[in-house]
Each structure stands twice: as C-alpha cells, then as structure tokens.
Design a protein around this ligand. Structure first.
Ligand SMILES: NC(=O)c1ccc[n+]([C@@H]2O[C@H](COP(=O)([O-])OP(=O)(O)OC[C@H]3O[C@@H](n4cnc5c(N)ncnc54)[C@H](O)[C@@H]3O)[C@@H](O)[C@H]2O)c1
Ligand SMILES: [Zn+2]
Length: 369
C-alpha cells in the first residue's frame, strides 16, 4: 500500500501566519522541502512535550524515538504498517483496530503482553497509530506497563489530532460505561500528520470539526477558512494552554467541555447514532442559545454559534426524534455536573462553568432548536 494521500484542501488555502510563539503557541518548525509543520509545546515542566502538525511529520518519528532514548519500540497500529515510518531502532508492529469495541481492559492486557514478549524495558517506547480509541487504549497500556513507559502518538483521525492524542488523559471502557478506567499519562511527543487524514471518511471529518467549532468559543477564535493544519494547530495550542494550567482537570480544564453537556446527552439519547463531534456541534449551538437566554451574551454572539457550527458543515438543529424531557434528565446526570444543571457558558468575562442553571432556561434554549 502507498503512503497516505496528500493533504486535502478542505478550506480556503489562503494561509495565515501562525498565531504567536512560546509554550502552548504554535511556532513554525521546518521539516522538509514543501512542508510547513507547526510545533506546539505542551509546557508541563520536565514532562513537557512537542506536538508537531503538518504534512509528513510522521517522518520525525525516528528523531523523536532517539530523543526519548528508546532502544526498542513496539508500534501499535490500526492503519497499514507502511503508515508508520521505521522508528530507527529494533521494533515490532502490533496490529490494532480502532473503535469503542476494542477500547477495553482486555486489549490493554494483550498490548502489555506484546510489550513484554518483545522485551520492552522501562526505558523503551511504544508508538500508537490510529484514531482516538487507539491512542486512548495504547496510552493507557503505556501508562501501566512497568508503571509507565514512553509513548509517542501518531493520531490519524481529525478528532484524535485536535483533541484525543494531546493532554495525557487515557482510558478504556467497561460494560458499565465509557472511559471508566484510565490514568493520566502524558505522551513524549505527538505527530499529527495531516497526510494521514487523506483517507478519512466524510463523517469523520465532521466528527473532528465539531470539536474545532466548539474551540472557536473557548479561545481558539476564528478558524474558518484556514488550512486544516492551522486549524489543528490552533486547537492543539488551546488544549496545550489549558492542560498546562490544569493537567488533572480540577478547574480550568472543564472549559474544554464547552458544548459537551448537551452533546453527551444527545449521544446517549440517540443511542450513539450521532458521532461525538456531531453531537458537540449541536451542543455548541445550544450553549450559545442558553447563554443568550440567561442574558450572558448578546444576540449576535448567539447567532455566531449557529453560523460557526453550520459553517463547518455540521447540523445545528436537534434531531427531530429526541425528547426534551429525556435530554434534561440526562444532563442532570452528567458526570461533570457539580450542582443541578451545570454548563460551561460564554459570558462577559469569557467561558466559565455555571452551576444551578434553572431548568426553565434550559428548556427555553432547547425549544425551537
Ligand atoms: N483522551 C482524551 O483526552 C480524549 C479526548 C477526546 C476523545 N477521546 C476518545 O477518542 C475516541 C474517539 O476518537 P475517534 O473519533 O478518532 O474514534 P476512532 O478511533 O473510533 O476513529 C473513528 C473512525 O475513523 C476511522 N479512521 C481513523 N483514522 C482514519 C484514517 N486516517 N483513514 C480512514 N479511517 C480512519 C477509524 O477506523 C474509525 O472508524 C473516543 O473513544 C473518545 O473517548 C479521548
Ligand atoms: Zn469532545
């Protein structure tokens, strides 16, 4: 099989200079002839790591493996083996499958056994290549094996590049629920190769754009019309800033859940017929409407939520068959709910967690969506 297709021109090719420099800010990083990768640093002291974004950045893998000092590597890949470059040290490729079905403890055990069989020691490394489900399960296996071994992610879906592979949260599912077992385990590097997106189905593009749309309202700003690499870089830079300030989700990190309270409820209410990003898109429109109902933002800002979500090709309306009572009940049970109905909402001082939102306001925002 041939290397992935070239970068897809999803949006206006007009390029804009990367926004600022420094930790958590995208900075240019040269990588090859016609390549303009961007580097974002996740500033976590001695656990700081780079995220490289752009066409062909997978070829930085041997350099990153060398930087980590690994002598042997296990590559866990849900994509064809040729998608991962030779890491430059003795290695084994273990095939994996993306999907929630295999994101479980049994896969973690199989992976750890493969690491042991190949003789990985504490100072070696694991590489993941796949969607967010694969980076999550491999991240957890790496975080547990020998009480933690270096992991480098090569995320291949847009959602995994803008969100799942960065920030150090790892988890697997139990029959009782999603993401119930996990650890915080930061990768040593993340290589977001935009060429890897060349084969992504349309729906998975939308899935990623739901997260990019919500990022618009929590600090990433206007990204419509920018190149995919710039959109990813801006979302990663936003996440890097938030994670550097609140690695373990005890405060600021909750702003990343913008649009997610209704989003999660919608995923459940539709029995996961909606992809996560599609649900977050609708949830983002709702967050704008609710902030409007509560007089936290003017009408123009409410409309901007609709325009941004629709502008990324996402549905902004609630699916016709969902019941508002059920959505309200699910939102009350949201695991992030601190008191009553809680939402991350925009306001005069920017987005913040708002607790005890009156149910009538929630219903008013849902009505007519
Ligand atoms: N750890 C975190 O902070 C974090 C954040 C957000 C999401 N997540 C997790 O990420 C997962 C969702 O990630 P996802 O949407 O990537 O799911 P996924 O891994 O299931 O991938 C989505 C689909 O895209 C396909 N795919 C991936 N890359 C492809 C490519 N290059 N070409 C063709 N097809 C490709 C996959 O095979 C799959 O069918 C969820 O399990 C979620 O819990 C984790
Ligand atoms: Zn999300």
């Amino acid at each position: 099989m041939h290397p992935p297709a070239p970068e897809r021109a999803v949006s206006d090719p007009a390029r804009v200079a990367p926004a600022g420099v420094g930790p958590g800010r995208p900075t240019p990083a040269a990588a090859g002839p016609d390549v303009e990768p961007v580097r974002v640093d996740v500033a976590l002291g001695e656990r700081a790591y780079p995220v490289l974004i752009g066409p062909g950045v997978r070829h930085r893998l041997p350099a990153e493996v060398a930087r980590v000092g690994a002598r042997r590597v296990v590559v866990v890949s849900a994509r064809p083996a040729e998608w991962t470059p030779d890491p430059g040290v003795p290695h084994r490729v273990v095939p994996a499958r993306d999907g929630e079905h295999d994101k479980n403890l049994s896969t973690v055990e199989q992976l750890c056994r493969a690491f042991a069989e190949f003789g990985l020691t504490r100072s070696d490394a694991v590489v993941s290549c796949g969607g967010g489900t694969t980076t999550d399960v491999v991240g957890l296996a790496a975080g547990l094996y020998h009480r933690g071994i270096a992991v480098i992610h090569l995320p291949t879906s847009l959602l995994a590049q803008v969100d799942a592979s960065v920030g150090g949260k790892t988890a697997v599912n139990l029959p009782e629920g999603k993401n119930l077992v996990g650890v915080y385990w930061q990768p040593r590097a993340v290589l977001c190769d935009t060429e890897h997106l060349g084969t992504l189905p349309e729906r998975e593009w939308r899935n990623g754009y739901g997260e990019i749309a919500r990022a618009h309202f929590i600090g990433a700003g206007e990204l419509r019309g920018r190149s995919v690499a710039e959109q990813i870089a801006a979302c990663v830079a936003l996440k890097a800033r938030v994670v550097a300030a609140d690695e373990r989700d005890s405060g600021l990190r909750h702003i990343l859940n913008y649009g997610h309270t209704l989003g999660h409820a919608l995923e459940r209410a539709t029995d996961f017929r909606l992809r996560h990003g599609e649900a977050v898109g609708v949830g983002t429109v709702f967050a704008g409407r609710l902030a409007g109902v509560l007089d936290r933002v003017p009408a123009g800002r409410v409309a901007e939520h609709h325009d941004v979500v629709a502008g990324y090709g996402l549905d902004s309306a609630l699916p016709a068959d969902v019941d508002h009572d059920e959505l309200v009940a699910l939102m009350r049970r949201d695991k992030k709910a601190v008191a009553g109905l809680s939402f991350v909402l925009d306001g005069p001082t920017g987005p913040e967690l708002v607790a005890d939102v009156p149910e009538a306001a929630v219903r008013a925002a849902l009505a007519g969506m």
